[in-house]
Design a protein around this ligand. Sequence first.
Ligand SMILES: C[S@@+](CC[C@H](N)C(=O)[O-])C[C@H]1O[C@@H](n2cnc3c(N)ncnc32)[C@H](O)[C@@H]1O
Length: 634
Amino acid sequence: MQKIDIDSPEAQSANLVAGNIEQLKSLFPELITEGPNGVSVNVDVLKSLVGDQAVTDADEKYGLNWHGKRRARQMALSPSTGTLRPCPEESVDWDSTKNLMIEGENLEVLKLLQKSYCGKVKLIFIDPPYNTGRDFVYPDNFQDNIKNYLELTGQLEGGKKISSNTDASGRFHTDWLNMMYPRLKLAKNMLHSRGAIFISLDDTEVANARSMCDEIFGAENFLASIVWEKVHTRKNSAKTFSISHDYVLAYAKDILQWDRTLLPRDDTSAYQNPDNDPKGPWKPDPVTAHNAYSADYKITKPNGVVLSRPSGRFWAFSEDSINSKIAANEIIWGNGDAYPMIKRYLSEVQDGLVPITIFSRKFAGDTAEAKREIDELFKAQGIFDYPKPCLLIQRLIQISSRPGDIVMDFFSGSGTTGHAVFAQNVIDDGGRRFILVQLPEPLNPDNAEQKAAADYCDKLNRPRKITELTKERLRRAASKIRDENPMFAGDTGFRVFKLDHSNIRAWNPNPADLAASLFDHQDHLLEGRSEGDVLYELLLKLGLDLCVPIERRTIAGCGVHSIGGGVLMACLAEKITREQVESLSQGILDWHKELAPAGETTCVFRDSSFADDVGKTNLTAILAQHGVQNVRSL
Ligand SMILES: C[S@@+](CC[C@H](N)C(=O)[O-])C[C@H]1O[C@@H](n2cnc3c(N)ncnc32)[C@H](O)[C@@H]1O
């Protein structure tokens, strides 16, 4: 039985460096060699492969550069030492929902989710801090980002204070770029090959973000810089312009594969059927167009008038297709020498509208509507400062996702993206799922801007954290949607998980007392962690979906879990006696046979539960004899 310790692959978040090396190897095997630390890439071979097309960071080259960029790149590659702990008591419909609301710092969470959701997310919407000078921009810590997180969010005594990134800091743009770069790198990995990311920004960072995204996603995958009309009122006190819009930058994972979906055609009133045409409602469209088209012919009207192509315009159809429309009576001739019109049938136009790059407030809502939505849900004012309107995100969902897809937002604030997913699913019975990530940012009642939110948490009898409002918003949105749509049977629940240190204790011996260290490390699971904590860490580190079904049975007096229909079987009982070994292994094998999982099964036990090696060896041997070879202990 192999023991899983903090360094085993099963205890790690995705190893992104190894993944990159594998990709290089499949393209250019000659690049891969052995170095002092194992598998390495020979940079000289790489240079010879690209000839004169090589540059180094020291060269003058085109692109966006800032202090700390190299470190930001490494930040994205270093594995996480954390885990996500399940919180069923704060969730809604824990047993049936497939939505996730993760409380934590998004860089760590993105790393932890890599194995399970890499390439699976169809749409990412993020609304990061705009860096207005009043926003807090998360300061990552290369040494121990989990400890840094617990300190910044007030979960460790003597924690650090969260402060805003002011433009007097001298590192104003640098800090923001360093924060965004690794997160966007990981976001790209999460995207489905047909998916896209949408990033909401204002003028402060849009230029930098565009350059950075060109580098990360590839300039060729740029889809649009959407202009969203966020306010319609004019601010006459503005020193220069009164700003009416924000941007939403859109990039596809791969523009050639992007799965664009069309917007619902809300207004079809232009299509009518005054002549009872059997092909249904139609609207008149001109036979000429501005665009140059080589067709050059004459049309003879039933009244004998012969029409040539008008100067400065072109026929919009070939001669053959105009003749077939005439034959099918799909033309409106008009009087005298008027140019005819053709009938464009509603049944023949695309069943939706191509999105345009201006999102008016009528089309996508505005900030006033967003505020109203929150105020109405919470029946209180000023709970959340800058939420987005549901409709804005719903529009993006309509443009870039289909039923059953996963939608993610890792700067989720008040949880608007979750609300928008619920709302869109009601419309098209879509069954889309969401993954939200939000920092449990502390709320200070002495800060005028945070007072209403902090007071609300007090009223809920919950800690003063933004995440309490995110969860409450989702609960309230779900119940509103269910009240307004009693026939809707879709998923309006969510599972809550919280970021924390891994359950597996790091080997951190005290050199002055090695014996005691060894003794302490016998059970290398952290004290106070539940079976559920360990189980979900296994799921994450083995790359399983956090909403995969889990069944529990009692076998030989021990709790055994089957995860994902038997892909993983785990018995985390604290004690397994020699006498229990045979009936336990037999019971697991019977259940495994019943489940008949398609792939290989991993079976996990708690290392310290065996009184001695005999029981452990016997259990491993019995399972192996019957085809379950992959037996591990924790
Ligand atoms: C502009 S707000 C998003 C608002 C959201 N779109 C809505 O409609 O409510 C950005 C959010 O990102 C959160 N945030 C900032 N840094 C974070 C980090 N490193 N990890 C997770 N959340 C973070 C902030 O707490 C803030 O609530």
